[in-house]
Write a protein that binds this ligand. Structure first.
Ligand code: NAD
Length: 246
């Protein structure tokens, strides 16, 4: 029960890493609001968590929309009677190079994968300040720390997530707001399986399971990490450690 008494909002919580994180947080005693563009999926996952004895609510929300984000934070705050933790996890994959990525696709991936986090944090920040603190966790990616060929928009957005995390951590230190991000390598989720067939590709040996990423979020959300802020925790099985032998 490492999160007993804590209240958490997880965006993109109907699927993949977000779903596993919401489930793990609930299992560790947190009450959880699961927000997703797929509102029915969020409700269904919240119901599954309740069936396991946890406390969870589902919310339909679009992190790409300012008003929807404000409503999401309001509704989560009301439903859970406050928030201690927010996991900004919702994102979309986008393939394309400077030659092939259309301008509107560039704008969209930057908006959903990076600006949405700025948007959500702006909505929650004054409340965390008034409450005397809070924990913000962002899902970045190894794509934000090494270049990913053919994923120019996604990689640029995730690099932005890493730096936004660090800047907010500096701001939050005086008011008890910790801000960290996790940089997963390949993880076996619907998002990645759409672009990378983990079943047949030799790279499959590098894919993590969602629970391994959720465990990192759990640590960063818990009081054990009270001295950890501004970090980008890489969970990639050594993918970015360097060149393998031979
Ligand atoms: P996923 O597709 O399984 O889940 C993403 C969820 O976000 C979905 O439920 C989707 O409905 C939701 N979503 C998308 N757009 C939204 C919006 N505008 N508003 C609200 N919800 C929205 O993907 P995943 O692999 O679990 O990805 C989760 C996070 O992990 C993302 O930030 C992704 O970039 C990151 N990540 C994934 C991998 C990987 O290998 N899967 C690796 C590194 C980082």
């Amino acid at each position: 029960m490492r999160l007993a008494g804590k209240r958490a909002l997880v965006t993109g919580g109907a699927s993949g890493i977000g779903a596993a994180t919401a489930e793990r947080f609930a299992a560790e005693g947190a009450t959880v609001a699961i927000a997703d563009l797929n509102g029915a999926g969020a409700d269904k996952h919240a119901e599954a968590i309740r069936a396991q004895g946890g406390t969870a609510v589902g919310l339909a929300a679009d992190v790409g929309d300012v008003e929807s984000v404000a409503a999401m934070v309001d509704r989560a705050w009301e439903a859970l009677e406050g928030l201690d933790i927010i996991v900004n996890n919702a994102a979309i994959p986008t393939m394309g190079t400077v030659e092939t990525l259309a301008a509107d696709e560039w704008d969209r991936v930057l908006d959903i994968d990076l600006s949405s986090i700025y948007r959500t944090c702006r909505a929650v920040w004054p409340r965390f300040v008034a409450a005397g603190g809070g924990t913000i966790l962002n899902t970045a990616s190894v794509a934000g720390i090494i270049g990913m060929a053919g994923q120019h928009g996604y990689s640029a957005a995730k690099a932005g997530v890493v730096m936004l995390t660090k800047c907010m951590a500096l701001d939050g230190a005086a008011t008890g707001i910790r801000v960290n991000c996790v940089c997963p390598g390949f993880v076996e989720t619907p998002m990645v399986l759409t672009y990378f067939d983990a079943q047949d590709d030799p790279e499959a040996s590098r894919a993590a399971v969602n629970a391994e990423i959720a465990a990192a979020f759990l640590y960063l959300a818990s009081d054990e990490a009270r001295w950890v802020t501004g970090t980008a925790l890489v969970i990639d099985g050594g993918l970015t450690a360097g060149l393998p032998p031979g």
